[in-house]
Design a protein around this ligand. Structure first.
Ligand code: GLN
Length: 245
């Protein structure tokens, strides 16, 4: 299982979000405090962010651990953004290694991350794969369960679903086929949609200023609130709504 986060709000350096918090994503890559599956997150990492006035985010992804990348340390110091999605990866058995399998996945201005696993990859997933047109199945960004989940979400978005609707329907579709853990994050740089389905998620909301959703709190401050399992979260800088999936 991975650890991930999404942020919207006042401009912040990537390092302030990811590297500096004492228990933040950088530390979670080698010492997560709440991870339920797996121990370390060293099978790649990625950060996606939006620049003001540009709806298409940049992504920086690597196949190795976040701490072993000196170039990221430089980027993290100087890149500032109002909207960020980042993840550190612990690959699920059978899934591809490499940069292409590291979140965030992205298309059409969206950024997406999956913390979890779809059981039975790849041999028992015919029913899940059948939910996608073959051409989209052939276009998976990577040979991994998370890339398949992303393709299902993107299919819904392109059919006109809103972000919350696309995530909720994808969780329901997959759960009807097989066992899965599906903590998802999706942003277009203005809103964040998220699900909890089998793992932890916390929120830190400062209405009018910022919102941060993260697999686990980056510090021991009092503002972090847990999101119940099996929830759909919709967040903007103005506030957060949480409803049962
Ligand atoms: N199953 C996904 C992968 O292999 C996500 C892993 C995770 O949550 N650790 O990339």
């Amino acid at each position: 299982m991975c650890r991930h986060l999404a942020y919207l709000g006042a401009p912040v350096a990537l390092g302030e979000l990811i590297v500096e918090p004492p228990f933040g994503l950088h530390r979670q890559s080698w010492a997560p405090r709440m991870q339920r599956h797996g121990t370390m997150n060293v099978d790649g990492f990625g950060v996606g962010w939006y620049a003001d006035g540009d709806p298409v985010p940049a992504r920086y992804r690597r196949a190795g651990p976040i701490w072993a990348d000196p170039s990221f340390a430089d980027l993290a110091r100087v890149v500032r953004s109002r909207a960020v999605l980042a993840a550190v990866r612990s690959a699920t058995e059978g899934c591809a290694a490499g940069e292409a399998a590291a979140a965030p996945f992205g298309a059409d201005g969206w950024l997406f991350s999956h913390n979890g696993a779809v059981q039975g990859w790849p041999d028992k997933l015919d029913a899940v794969a059948a939910l996608l047109p073959p051409a989209e199945l052939l276009s998976l960004e990577a040979r991994s369960d998370s890339a398949l989940v992303w393709a299902l979400v993107l299919h819904r978005l392109r059919a006109g679903a809103g972000p919350g609707e696309a995530l909720a329907a994808t969780v329901q579709d997959i759960a009807a086929c097989t066992e899965a853990r599906l903590n998802l994050l999706l942003t277009d740089g203005r809103t964040i949609a998220a699900t909890t389905y089998g793992d932890t998620l916390f929120r830190r909301s400062r209405p009018g200023h910022s919102v941060l959703l993260a697999s686990e709190p980056g510090d021991d401050g009092p503002e972090w609130a847990p999101v119940p399992d099996r929830s759909l979260v919709l967040a903007t800088t103005e506030g957060v709504t949480v409803r049962p999936l």
